[in-house]
Write a protein that binds this ligand. Sequence first.
Ligand code: DAH
Length: 346
Amino acid sequence: MEEIKKQFEQEISLVENLTDLNELKVKYLGKKGIITELNSKIKEIPNEEKKEYGQKVNALKNAFQTLYDEKKSSFEQALLEKKLQEEAIDISLPSTKVAMGSPNILEKLVEEIESLFMSMGYDVMDGPEIEEDRYNFELLNIPKGHPARDAQDTFYLKDDEILLRSQTSPVQIRSMLANKGEKAVRMICPGKTYRRDDDDATHSHQFMQIEGLLVDKNIHLTDLKGTFDVVAKRLFGKDTSVRLRPSYYQFTEPSVELDISCFNCKGKGCSICKNSGWITVAGAGMVHPNVLRNCGYDPSIWSGFAFGFGAERLAMLKYGIKDIRTFYMTDLREVKTFDRKEAKND
Ligand code: DAH
């Protein structure tokens, strides 16, 4: 047994990998291995020595097992270290720079306007950009063949009935219809609109409007003026004054243009206000009785005002941007300057 032990120790010391180690294990500790053989020889041992013999074989087996376990775990440890080394990450390498995005300046302004109107109790609504003719025109008091349709050169998608909305005013109609002529409506709707315009510094085939509508009892033109005054002062500074100028829209009567005093020259006259001291920022008016009726509101009980801002125009004025296409291009050199643009008012 001493010999066998020495031999095992000698052989295991020469083993260099797990496969050879396993072979050695089979040879000594396997089912047909040396230890099994020694155990089977117990038959030949005289009875009184059997016990001692058995103990010795057992001790030998344990010694083999211990040596085998030690060797195995040293191999495994070495393998693990090798793997760790191979998969090591060099955390001292400088990382790739991630460019941080920032909100589009137009989006920022729209959000500012949304929270202003929400603070006055308005809901922010959404409507489809692919719209039906009757919402975009007919129920707004612009019947088929009406010359006013020409002013909004429209993208028709199907049979003069389905179109890309040319204004956000159809969302007024949808909001009133949803309230069935029974409840007051206070809503704004910022959204994309489309017209067959050639793109230049002040026109874009896709642009954004912010529609507003308030329908209730006892609403007058002065309410529109008061509301506009709050909005103008918030957006363009406390010393901004407002004026209403007569205009014409089919869905309002009377109709007005909403002007603000020029924030740049304070009314003296400059290139921004084209020397008039005033800048037009929205179309508006009192909701036409036909429109109220079309949506189930009795004009002898209900009245209201509506307005439509051009979102890009507001942002261009507020941030001194000269070209409407700036909002829609993807040139990062320009887009990155959005973050640094300062409002032109206080
Ligand atoms: N929809 C009009 C346009 O696109 C803007 C407008 C004017 C909206 C007067 C209104 C309004 O709600 O009352 O030119």
